[in-house]
Design a protein around this ligand. Structure first.
Ligand code: PLP
Length: 388
């Protein structure tokens, strides 16, 4: 298997002996000190769990009910009519990746969906996951020619041509890799096309809270849920709980009514049973403990705001440092979430790595959360030199 373009970069970074090296290839939030955080609410939940001395039993196929309920509420809102009416089935999955995979398998094997369309560009694994589940994958245009916004007209025109019944992948917030999101108005127009073409949306939300905040980032999810259409959503606790290695995510299938949701649950359980039998317990127990305790939940909201604010601060710092170096890095403040599309060519990204030990993905993506006050000036200078 060829090296994964992102994970391969990490390996290369580790062996680089230059002390000034900066890793902006990672898909993880790092603190100002450059470390992966262990959120104190996670630590506290873990202490409580360890004090309970729970045996390591099997989990239900659909996951831990308290976790599923809490995450459903976080994503759709407790008062959402779809939630209240019991139209949403939520299954605990192996991270957001597992949710995408389970959703694709469900669509292909049980709904007879043959085709999937994804944004151009998208997170590379979307394509691999969908192909792996037997779907043929094509792309709809997303980024405009200036690479600083959405080419919405082209996107809508392409969606209007998509074969009816196809699965369409949307990034609910913090588009990866571009950092460019749709406006509320654009989401409403997308919804109209989805309805008119009878498409099956799969909304991927791996970064809730990192764009405009926990509630604001869920806008598209809630809009779609309130519209009454059937769709799927893949969500992840990897980033906003910093639980990367615990593999905590959820697949939500929003159905026409409660009975349909029960049927979907049963089908999803059958898929889970055959694939991995049941999900891991620890990460989901931690999330359930945090979201189930009003005090811990409040503290976690603050943690997410803190991570969000640091990302925004680094975006501003990069743009300002770029200006000081005579380079226009204003893309950083126009985009949202952990990633930014620099617009640099693969060759320019190679130069950044080879000459300056600044590691980013060859498609021009950098992880803004890998920046800090110590390295941002250096990175801006390296980019300015490469862009000259
Ligand atoms: N979706 C997108 C767009 C992502 O960027 C990622 C992770 O990088 C995921 C889904 C999956 O996240 P995980 O499986 O780590 O929860």
């Amino acid at each position: 298997m060829p090296d994964d373009p992102i994970l391969g970069l990490n390996e290369l970074f580790k062996t680089d002996e230059r002390p000034e090296k900066v890793n902006l290839g990672v898909g993880c939030y790092l603190t100002e000190a450059g470390n992966l955080p262990l959120l104190d609410v996670v630590e506290e939940a873990e202490t409580r769990l360890s004090e309970k001395k729970l045996p390591h039993g099997y989990m239900p196929m659909s996951g831990i009910p308290k976790f599923c309920e809490a995450v459903k509420h976080l994503v759709f809102g407790e008062a959402s009519p779809a939630v209240v009416e019991g139209r949403i089935t939520t299954i605990q999955t192996l991270g957001g990746t597992g949710a995408l995979q389970l959703g694709a398998a469900f669509a292909h094997q049980y709904l007879g969906v043959a085709k999937a369309v994804v944004s151009d560009p998208t997170w590379g694994n979307h394509i691999a996951i969908f192909k792996g589940d037997g779907l043929t994958v094509s792309k709809y245009p997303y980024l405009n020619a200036a690479k600083d916004g959405v080419d919405f007209e082209a996107m809508i025109a392409a969606l209007n041509e998509v074969e009816e019944g196809s699965l369409v992948l949307f990034h609910a917030c913090c588009h990866n890799p571009t950092g460019v999101d749709l406006s509320h108005e654009e989401w409403r127009k997308v919804l109209e096309v989805v309805k008119a073409r009878d498409l099956l949306p799969l909304l991927d939300m791996a970064y809730q809270g990192f764009g405009d905040g926990l509630e604001e980032d869920a806008f598209a999810m809630r809009l779609f849920a309130e519209s009454g259409i059937r769709f799927m959503a893949a969500t992840s606790c990897s980033k906003n709980f910093a639980l990367y290695g615990e593999r905590v995510g959820a697949l939500h299938v929003v159905c026409g009514d409660k009975r349909e949701a029960e049927v979907a649950t049963s089908i999803l359980k059958a898929l889970v049973r055959a694939e991995y039998s049941n999900p891991p317990a620890h990460g989901a127990n931690v999330v359930a403990e945090v979201l189930g305790d009003p005090e811990l939940k409040k503290r976690w909201f603050k943690d997410v705001v803190e991570m969000h604010d640091r990302i925004c601060e680094m975006r501003r710092a990069l743009a300002e440092a770029g200006e000081a170096e005579g380079a226009d890095l204003s893309f950083a403040t126009k985009q949202k979430g952990m990633f930014s599309f620099t617009g640099l060519t693969p060759e320019e990204m190679d130069r950044l790595r080879e000459e300056f030990a600044v590691y980013g993905v060859r498609n021009g993506r950098i992880c803004v959360a890998g920046l800090n006050h110590r390295n941002v000036g250096y990175v801006a200078k390296a980019m300015a030199t490469v862009l000259k």
